[in-house]
Design a protein around this ligand. Structure first.
Ligand code: NAD
Length: 335
């Protein structure tokens, strides 16, 4: 069988160091992947004058599966977020962000196992109607929610819940105030949920959901919500299990999928060998599961779990004193 080709974007800042860690681990368990390396973000801008070169877009489309490090979007007018562009261009409508408790972290809670399913192309991030008027005195942006977009993300969440034998899906919304947009999302979500009587459905207003996540996070199983709420709630969830270094995300569409860390390029620690590579390693586990390579996914998860539980060469965000390379070596030695 020919090797599966994976497009790899190492990214900016801490990206290359944590992506190299993940590919070394994938190789160690014998995944037999062939990597096609392409650039995006600042690295691409410096090399080609473009943040998202056509060759990168072609590779993502051709290989269908991408492992990606974080990208820096330069602050300032004229630069649209590269991540938002990629999600829209490849119609990666679902953003799956799981968080689980790892023994040995400095997290405030144990026994957390939450998957946030975030709508990834609509809502406040649709990019529509962004204008600043009246000499900078008035700013407008449009939130776009469609029945089709809402139905497919809620279906995705319920199908995932069924596949992974999850018991409950919490629909998070703000339909009491955002009556048109969040209202349409909730109405559509209720229609979809009715087709899944085997799974408990709970509805929760987003502000209450934030409070409930902090007070009693164990009540959550799968969360499904619109783009902006999902962005915020998934970072909140990462904070429950030890921070952004532990948070992976999968952007999944019909034809393509991009697996990445939830966090950004962390310029404050870039080049210092301080980053926790778990985020991208866990994203590569999501990629293996997506590709049906469950055994290898389990192997890597067990090794990461053991490194963190025993505090063997863990990074500073996990309470250790070691760097990216030592942490990666500790994982590799267990495989
Ligand atoms: P950030 O996520 O890069 O960093 C936030 C904090 O978390 C920092 O203190 C950082 O040191 C820490 N952190 C992040 N990842 C870590 C890891 N693996 N190990 C240990 N600590 C870690 O957020 P920011 O500083 O607001 O953004 C920096 C840049 O990243 C911006 O240009 C932003 O646009 C971009 N960004 C990209 C993505 C993406 O590519 N998916 C996501 C978010 C932000």
């Amino acid at each position: 069988m020919s090797a599966q080709i994976i497009t790899v974007i190492k990214g900016d800042g801490i990206g290359p160091s944590i992506v190299d860690a993940a590919t070394a681990i994938l190789d160690k368990v014998g995944c037999n992947f062939q990597y096609e390396y392409v650039d995006a973000g600042l690295t691409a801008l410096e090399k080609t004058g473009e943040l998202l070169p056509q060759a990168t877009l072609d590779a993502i489309a051709r290989n269908k599966i991408t492992l990606k490090g974080p990208l820096t979007t330069p602050v300032g007018e004229g630069f649209t977020s590269i991540n938002v562009t990629l999600r829209k261009k490849f119609n990666l409508y679902s953003n799956v962000r799981p968080v689980i408790s790892f023994k040995g972290t400095k997290a405030r809670y144990d026994n957390i196992d939450i998957i946030t399913v975030r709508e990834n192309t609509e809502g406040m991030y649709s990019g529509a109607g962004q204008v600043v008027k009246n000499d900078g005195e008035l700013a407008e942006a449009m939130s776009i929610v469609t029945r089709e977009g809402s139905a497919r993300i809620v279906e995705f969440a319920f199908e995932l819940a069924r596949r992974e034998q999850r018991k409950k899906v919490t629909i998070v919304h703000k339909a009491n105030i955002l009556k048109s947009t969040s209202g349409l999302f909730l109405k559509t979500a209720r229609e979809v949920a009715a087709r899944y009587p085997d799974i408990q459905t709970v509805e929760m207003i987003v502000d209450n959901a934030c409070m409930q996540l902090v007070m009693n996070p164990q009540q959550f199983d799968v969360i499904v919500t619109t783009n902006l709420f999902g962005d915020i709630l998934s970072d909140l969830c990462a904070g429950l299990v030890g921070g952004l270094g532990m948070a992976p995300g999968a952007n999944i569409g019909k034809d393509c999928a991009i697996f990445e860390a939830v966090h950004g390029s962390a310029p404050d620690i870039a080049g210092k060998n301080l980053a926790n590579p778990s985020s991208v390693i866990l994203a590569s586990i999501q990629m293996l599961e997506y590709l049906g390579m469950k055994d290898k996914a389990q192997q890597i998860l067990a090794a990461v779990t053991d490194v963190i539980a025993t505090g063997d060469r863990t990074t500073r965000d996990l309470g250790g004193t070691h760097g990216t390379t030592d942490f990666t070596q500790a994982v590799l030695e267990r495989l």
